[in-house]
Design a protein around this ligand. Structure first.
Ligand SMILES: O=C[C@H](O)COP(=O)(O)O
Length: 345
């Protein structure tokens, strides 16, 4: 049996670690949890991780449609999903005006009358996620809220620009007001087994972020195997990633359930060994409310309720909010609205 997946593919509960990471520095924007301080590279641990593909696939095949929540419970989980969205625009034709509209949606992602019917007064998305040049527009448009601006960085999406420029890009984005930085790793370090280089790169990115939280995008669709995904997840956490994120949204294959299970179980292993909470962000191609519910139930089953909060879980998504709004409207009114009534979401 490998260290990630039991032979029957069943989840095992998260165990509280004996040694809590006392040296970590508490940070309020991490929900009061200490940030991940990282740890020395432990290659024995990282390379000891295997991934039992057939067990992973069996477990994932059982997820959709199982234990689906209904009615008010479903609406509540969909509202929870909204609060966990990094509302994203990452297009070559982005403009300040588009980003302003996106930020208006982030401030009020669900119509006030629908929210009030559901017994809620105010919610926002988890963050707004943009390219570097759009940070000032997003910061202005979110002024007066606590919604962080997340910037994709380090030569997103390929991550193949000169290293010093990738590090500098992070610094510039933090200076411009980004509170979260989504870096892309060098896939070649994983594909060639150069784990030390991956660790050093991630550590340098984390240092350049300073107080800003860093999400490590693994681009899992380009890593070849689930075992590589598991190992890359662990190395990035050892190097101090606050979140691990599946994809840029630009790979041929983006977020999937098997990849998510592997990454979530790496987070669980890291927590059990170090006491540190690392967040998870599936991204790319998640556009349906029912898929969001599956991801949330996977998080809850594998990691527990604490991980189903915006400080430890985000969806990277440009169009998911629109479908969630439609489902919520249907829940409240009994009628589906047309998709065009929910633009920029
Ligand atoms: O990180 C976020 C992704 O780029 C969003 O991907 P999506 O447009 O498929 O939702």
């Amino acid at each position: 049996m490998d260290s990630q997946i039991a032979d029957n593919g069943a989840p095992t509960p998260v165990k509280a670690p004996a040694d809590q990471a006392a040296a970590s520095v508490a940070n309020a924007s991490h929900g009061g949890l200490p940030r991940n301080p990282g740890m020395p590279l432990d290659l024995d641990w990282a390379l000891g991780i295997e991934a039992n593909t057939s067990a992973i696939e069996r477990r994932c095949a059982s997820l959709p449609g199982r234990r689906t929540v209904k009615k008010d419970h479903q609406a509540a989980w969909l509202l929870k999903a909204v609060t966990c969205i990094d509302l994203t625009t990452l297009a070559g034709d982005d403009t300040d005006a588009r980003v302003q509209r996106l930020c208006a949606k982030a401030r009020q992602p669900v119509r006030a009358d629908i929210l009030s019917d559901l017994g809620m007064s105010k919610i926002t998305t988890g963050a707004v996620c943009v390219y570097h040049d759009m940070i000032p527009a997003a910061v202005r448009a979110l002024h007066g809220t606590d919604i962080p601006v997340a910037a994709v960085s380090t030569g997103f999406p390929a991550g193949l620009s000169p290293f010093h420029l990738r590090v500098e890009e992070i610094r510039e984005s933090v200076k411009a007001g980004a509170r979260e930085i989504d870096i892309v790793i060098s896939r070649r370090h994983v594909l060639t087994g150069n784990w030390q280089a991956l660790y050093d790169e991630m550590k340098a990115f984390r240092e350049a972020c300073g107080e800003a939280h860093v999400k490590a995008i693994l681009a899992t669709g380009e890593l070849g195997t689930l075992r590589n995904v598991a190992r890359a997840s662990m190395i990035c956490m050892m190097a101090g990633a606050d979140f691990i994120k599946t994809s840029t949204g630009k790979e041929g294959v983006n977020a999937t359930l098997p990849v998510s299970l592997v990454m979530i179980r790496a987070i669980r292993d890291y927590y059990e060994r170090t006491g540190v909470h690392v967040g998870y962000k599936p991204a790319g191609g998640i556009s349906k409310a029912k898929d969001a519910l599956v991801y949330l139930s996977l998080m809850k089953e594998e990691l527990g309720n604490r991980w189903v909060q915006p400080d430890l879980f985000r969806f990277g998504a440009s169009s998911l909010l629109g479908d969630i709004e439609r489902q919520l409207e249907h829940h409240v009114t009994g009628a589906y609205s047309a998709g065009y009534r929910h633009p920029m979401a």
